[in-house]
Design a protein around this ligand. Structure first.
Ligand code: SF4
Length: 909
């Protein structure tokens, strides 16, 4: 909100004469910004609208006729009465001199430079009519350096614009590089010239994106020619959904860059996965044709034969054993339209509600708690609002690896805008260095810690007797609920010193703009539901909801989990979170589909597996996910899938799950298809097709439409946009999210009118639960203690170079180079000493369900009793989780916190 003084300033305008015309801007605006706003082109090299202005290159010089000076327009604010000329002879002469000086030390190798026609220096030189420099050449010999798997550096092309250094400091907020040397020797470098791998660089490639010349380029680009096509689409490798431009020819991705416009979630940034990981698309491991399992193994067949078998088998099982003996697991790697079609196939074709997805494992407990308090099952505000927050509470989240753009935003808020970060996590992580307060509750004690925190937050918050608002009701009932959780008790049970609980609460209590960010460290642990309730209560009772610069930002979902859930991949919800028991909603779908749909809930993820083991489900359709690898308890899942009478897997790769299939259907990757994609902030974006699907692979929507036809269901979809039209009709949340609307802007749901802009800030779009009922029913999770057999808690973390779409990054040659094959786990040296383990030993990590072999590293930062592990492409620690170890409310397993023992296997020599 603006105060009165700010409003007066905002209302004032400054008038100048720009190239002969009288124009106005607002105070503080630079000449360049005003010119940009008016569409007057001033060339620039060091200026980037996403970075602070440096005024270093002097290309944007303009003439101020009032003072007679040449000024750098990117750093000169407008002032009343200025008379500015952007293209006077004097200005052009100076620009030419500056460009010629740069070209004098620049190699004449444009014809083979990867930057091609995107080189800003060449472009500006050409506009000024400069072919090559008339000045004496200034030798600038620097070898081309392949710095790491990602970046190639050619300092002979560096023009010292400092964009890479500012991007590193202001966008990635890492500080890995700065200027070294002086004069002609000045160059961007790491401290003491150590390799980037030995700095905190995350290889996000933002420095490459902002480099105006070919000084920084993607290493391993498959072609040095300028890409003939550039397609704007969405990166589908995590839940952020960055807007990207894919540079490509007919067949291959040649490069990826951010879209670089302000309306996107990522502006000018990407992460390493999005920037360099899309080479998985042309991996030689792609499935290229449908495969049928025969005695001799998989044999390739045509689509017609494969789909005839699939439809024939599903129909036979339905006829002989009933529709409830079928089910499907979709599809966080698929578009909204594809998820919509999959649940339609299950509900209208199979005749049951046995539909779920991997999103349940990642999100459901936490989101259920949040939804019951706030009436929202997603982020309440756009990610960009975190940047405006004054206080940020991150609980059990590791944004820098799982949602890197969110991680950057938090760092920007802290480092560049002075926000206070309170970090709550049993183990250390990348945000530690940015935190003002760091609290380490013991694993499994989040609900207890949060109850104690809420108790202190609401102390002294008065409620008027006649105040019947949702917030007031929560304050009344919460007070009673959290009363027993005194700071002393919290200290005893969580290990967090009582004074720090009180201090954290004091910061939160009075915060005017508080962002609360829980993550997978909560959602996959015990008590996730209770934690969700308490975190939502914090934003509600402190008044940090339904306004900019604050809110709740759960980071549990990944890929298109949000769209998958929105589109009804749930056994008890129709698309748009409409309850199966909502008769009018059911009738709407029945009318549209021309068939009846069952009203009783189906099996969720785990109950589907249990029903398979009991032989109640005989046929399963798995789309785009690898449950044997990604799910809990790999052995049990594998056993269940093997017992199926008929398993169909539709995927891009021969995954561990695909190997068990009776029929394998090759599907398109996200850059090979169209549709819509919904990110974790409820932002719906248009996915565009850059490449043709490899060989005979087909987009999932096309395969599903074919199957719906063959099952005799009504479906007149010629493109995914026809499916979106149906979604507009049947799903109120998405009614206004039409293709035409998306072609103009990203849209946040709910959006019920195509003429309206959508709802970036949301609260209570479904009725929240009555706090008295909710708190009365809320069971307290049983404390989980390590057992004698499994005395350590294994806490898992993601790797920066691995997507939750494991199959994608595991098949990306670049990501494989960057990530480890063999997992390394870390433990406290004192724990290791007691177990007779030496650093570097090869160890066996054993849980109640299995064993993983890994190498051991030591870290004094890891609390005693904890082993910390990072997933690798080939080894996920969730496979050690036991299925019965699950949340009592949502039924999801605790894949982030597993009891293990560690034994020496071998000592490395
Ligand atoms: Fe953005 Fe996520 Fe893709 Fe990285 S993986 S570029 S953060 S969408």
């Amino acid at each position: 909100m603006q105060n009165a003084e700010e409003e007066v300033v905002a209302a004032k305008t400054v008038t100048i004469t720009l190239d002969g015309a009288e124009v106005s801007g607002h105070p503080g605006m630079t000449i360049l910004e005003l010119a940009d706003e008016l569409g007057i082109e001033i060339p620039r090299l060091c200026y980037d609208p996403h970075l602070s202005a440096w005024g270093a290159c002097r290309i944007c010089l303009v003439e101020d006729e009032t003072s007679g000076k040449l000024v750098a327009s990117c750093v000169t604010p407008i002032s009343d009465g200025m008379i500015i000329t952007t293209r006077s002879k004097r200005v052009l002469d100076h620009r030419r001199t500056m460009v010629e000086l740069m070209l004098a030390s620049h190699p004449d190798s444009c014809i083979v430079c990867d930057k091609g026609n995107r080189c800003r220096l060449r472009e500006i030189a050409a506009d000024l009519g400069i072919g090559s420099s008339s000045l004496k050449r200034i030798p600038s010999y620097h070898p081309v350096v392949d710095l790491n798997p990602f970046i190639q550096r050619d300092l002979s092309k560096c023009i010292r614009c400092g964009r890479c250094i500012r991007a590193d400091k202001e966008i990635a907020v890492v500080g890995a590089i700065d200027y070294a040397g002086r004069g002609f020797d000045a160059r961007p470098a790491t401290l003491l010239d150590v390799p980037l791998e030995r700095t905190d660089c995350t290889f996000c490639g933002t420095c490459v994106s902002v480099c105006p010349t070919g000084a920084l380029l993607e290493r391993g680009r498959v072609s040095t020619v300028t890409a003939p096509h550039a397609t704007r689409t969405v990166c589908g490798l995590c839940g952020v959904g960055c807007a990207v431009v894919i540079e490509h020819d007919e067949d291959v991705v040649l490069g990826v860059r951010p879209v670089e416009t302000d309306g996107t979630v990522n502006h000018v940034a990407l992460c390493a996965k999005g920037h360099y990981g899309l080479d998985f698309v042309r991996s030689g491991n792609r499935l290229t044709t449908p495969l049928l399992r025969r005695k001799e193994g998989f044999v390739p067949v045509g689509w017609d034969e494969a789909l005839a078998v699939v439809v024939g088998e599903f129909t036979a099982i339905k006829r002989n054993r009933g529709g409830r003996s079928l089910g499907a697991l979709g599809a966080s790697t698929c578009t909204n339209e594809e998820n919509y079609l999959l649940q339609k196939l299950v509900r209208a074709g199979f005749g049951c509600n046995n539909i779920d997805s991997g999103a349940r494992l990642r999100t459901s407990s936490l989101m259920l708690g949040i939804q019951r308090v706030l009436g929202v099952c997603a982020m309440t505000n756009p990610i960009a609002h975190i940047r405006e927050a004054l206080d940020i509470l991150v609980v059990g989240a590791d944004p820098l690896t799982e949602h890197p753009i969110v991680g950057n935003t938090i760092k920007q808020a802290v480092k560049l805008r002075g926000a206070r970060l309170i970090l709550v996590d049993p183990v250390s992580q990348g945000l530690d260095a940015f935190s003002a307060l760091r609290l380490n509750p013991v694993p499994g004690s989040y609900p207890m810690f949060l109850a104690g925190l809420v108790r202190e937050v609401i102390r002294g918050k008065e409620v008027r007797v006649d105040d019947q608002s949702h917030r007031a009701q929560w304050l009344r009932y919460l007070r009673r609920f959290v009363e027993p959780f005194t700071p002393r008790r919290v200290e005893e049970e969580t290990g967090v010193p009582s004074n720090l609980v009180v201090l954290a609460a004091r910061h939160l209590r009075d915060s005017r703009r508080l962002a609360v960010i829980p993550g997978s460290g909560i959602s996959c642990h015990s008590g996730a539901y209770q934690s969700g309730v308490l975190l939502a209560a914090i934003v509600l009772v402190t008044g940090n909801i339904w306004k900019p610069g604050c809110g709740l930002f759960p980071l549990a979902a990944s890929l298109n989990d949000q769209g998958c859930m929105d589109m009804g991949s749930c056994p008890d919800r129709l698309p748009g979170y409409q309850a199966l028991t909502d008769i009018s909603a059911r009738i709407r779908f029945e009318k549209t589909w021309g068939t009846t749909i069952p009203s009783d809930p189906g099996c969720d993820y785990l109950s589907m597996l249990e029903a398979i083991l009991r032989e109640e489900i005989a046929g399963l359709y798995v789309v785009g996910e690898n449950h044997v690898m990604d799910g809990p308890d790999a052995a049990t899942i594998s056993n269940a899938l093997t017992r199926l009478k008929f398993l169909v897997v539709q995927d891009r790769f021969m995954t561990e799950t695909a190997r068990l299939a009776h029929v394998l259907l090759p599907s398109a990757a996200f850059v090979e298809k169209e549709g819509t994609w919904t990110n974790i902030e409820r932002r719906v974006q248009q996915l565009s097709q850059a490449l043709k699907p490899v060989a005979d692979a087909r987009p999932d929507w096309e395969i599903l439409t074919d199957m719906l036809h063959r099952m005799g269901l009504r479906c007149a979809y010629r493109t995914p946009w026809d499916v979106l039209c149906e979604i507009n009709e049947t799903v109120p949340l998405y009614r206004g999210i039409t293709r035409e609307h998306l072609s103009k802007e990203d849209v946040f749901w709910p959006c019920t009118d195509p003429e309206e802009p959508g709802t970036p800030i949301v609260y209570a779009f479904v009725p929240p639960m009555d706090p008295q009922d909710l708190l009365r029913e809320m069971e307290w999770p049983a404390p989980r203690r390590p057992s004698d057999d499994y005395p350590f808690w294994l806490i898992t973390r993601e790797s920066l170079f691995l997507s939750k779409d494991r199959a994608a990054t595991a098949n990306s040659p670049t990501m494989k180079k960057a990530s480890r094959d063999r997992p390394v786990v870390h433990m406290h040296p004192a724990d290791a000493g007691q177990a007779g383990i030496r650093e570097g030993s090869s160890v066996l990590l054993t849980s109640a369900t299995g064993t993983i072999e890994c190498n051991i590293g030591f870290s004094e930062e890891i609390p005693r009793g904890i082993i910390q592990a990072s997933n690798t492409a080939s080894q996920l620690f969730s496979r050690l989780c036991a299925l019965p170890d699950r949340d009592s409310v949502s039924g999801t397993p605790f894949i982030g916190m597993i009891g293990v023992r560690v034994e020496v296997r071998d000592v490395l020599r």
